[in-house]
Design a protein around this ligand. Structure first.
Ligand code: PPE
Length: 308
């Protein structure tokens, strides 16, 4: 079934609209040039019912993205925050993926068009894990992408902008066409940046957990969660430039992201990583993550926003 034909409601510019009526004109500016911003957020079933994970942080990032692109969202962060809670609640979802998105209207076309209206939607639907339950244990195969991650002065990498994802889609298609599950993009200097929609971590033989600096990656909220967990467990976490051969020789490697959650990497460019399946530290962090998002830990209770 197409996404356009689902049942339910979508929050659209301040109102709950029936799912199938949440439409926009084909001359909508963002459809042509990709100037828009969005978020990916998840709600999980917790002992308090459906609860959105790190909603404040996702909402703040949406506003930062809009600020970077010079888009003025005509709602307050509080309104967008509440819209996200309401959408999960109104659709009766226990677990959900949420997609807030802000786009430019159809008042004018052309790169010069100005004074365009900014529209906002929030949709939510059941979106199970990116991968099969086995892959959460066995890990996925990745390949280095022939597409370079955006240069910081070509694309605004800290903005989660619609148009930025052309690069991610090309990289992912290439990886899937060559028999892998995900792509690893290098920055314009050849250092490891991130996956098509995930941040990456590696654990080297020194037992230290490494992740690339944020120069050309998205400031992942899951990345931040995992770094805090790792430090809570007493591991040393270092942000540094990583080369692809450091990934080849890592003891463990995994991706993090709201959609992907914590995803072990078992193979990179045809080379087995560590023991060739989820490593023990990855497993520990993955379990902590699932316990945290499902409200089974006392750590950072302010990260939970129950929807009702
Ligand atoms: N890098 C990129 C390029 C990215 O898109 C994401 C999220 C991340 C890192 C991880 O960020 P965070 O979710 O805050 O931990 N990608 C979103 C969109 C994925 C999609 O398939 O669409 C997501 O995970 O929701």
């Amino acid at each position: 079934m197409s996404f356009a034909e689902k049942e339910g409601v979508i929050w659209f510019d301040g109102e709950m609209v029936p799912w199938r009526e949440a439409k926009t004109h084909v001359l909508t500016h963002t459809l042509h040039y990709g100037m828009g911003v969005f978020e990916g957020v998840r709600a999980y079933n917790t002992p308090q019912g459906a609860s959105i994970f790190r909603l404040r942080d996702h909402t703040d990032r949406l506003y930062r993205s809009a600020h970077i692109l010079g888009m003025k969202i005509p709602f307050t962060p509080e309104q967008i925050f509440e819209a996200q809670r309401a959408v999960v609640h109104k659709n009766g979802l226990k677990e959900a993926y949420l997609r807030p998105m802000c786009f430019l209207g159809a008042e004018g076309l052309g790169i010069r068009a100005d004074n365009l209206s900014v529209h906002c939607i929030v949709a939510a639907w059941e979106w199970p894990s990116y991968v099969s339950p086995e892959a959460l244990e066995k890990g996925i195969k990745i390949r280095t992408s022939s597409y370079t991650r955006h240069h910081v002065n070509i694309t605004m990498c800290k903005a989660k902008a619609n148009g930025n994802y052309i690069n991610s889609i090309l990289a992912l298609q290439e990886a899937v066409n060559s028999g892998c599950e995900e792509a690893l993009l290098l920055d314009n200097e050849g250092y490891v940046a991130e996956g098509s929609g995930e941040n990456i971590f590696i654990i080297k033989n020194d037992g230290v957990i490494y992740t690339p600096e944020l120069t050309s990656c998205l400031e992942g909220i899951t990345r931040d969660t995992i770094m805090r967990f790792a430090r809570e467990l007493g591991y040393e976490v270092r942000e540094k430039r990583i080369t692809r051969d450091e990934v080849y020789t890592a003891r463990e490697a995994f991706f993090t992201g709201t959609a992907a959650e914590v995803l072990p990497i078992c193979e990179h460019d045809g080379r087995q990583i560590g023991c060739g399946k989820r490593g023990p530290i990855t497993e520990q962090l993955q379990n902590m993550y699932f316990n945290q998002v499902r409200g089974k830990r006392d750590f950072m209770p302010q990260w939970q926003t129950p929807v009702s």
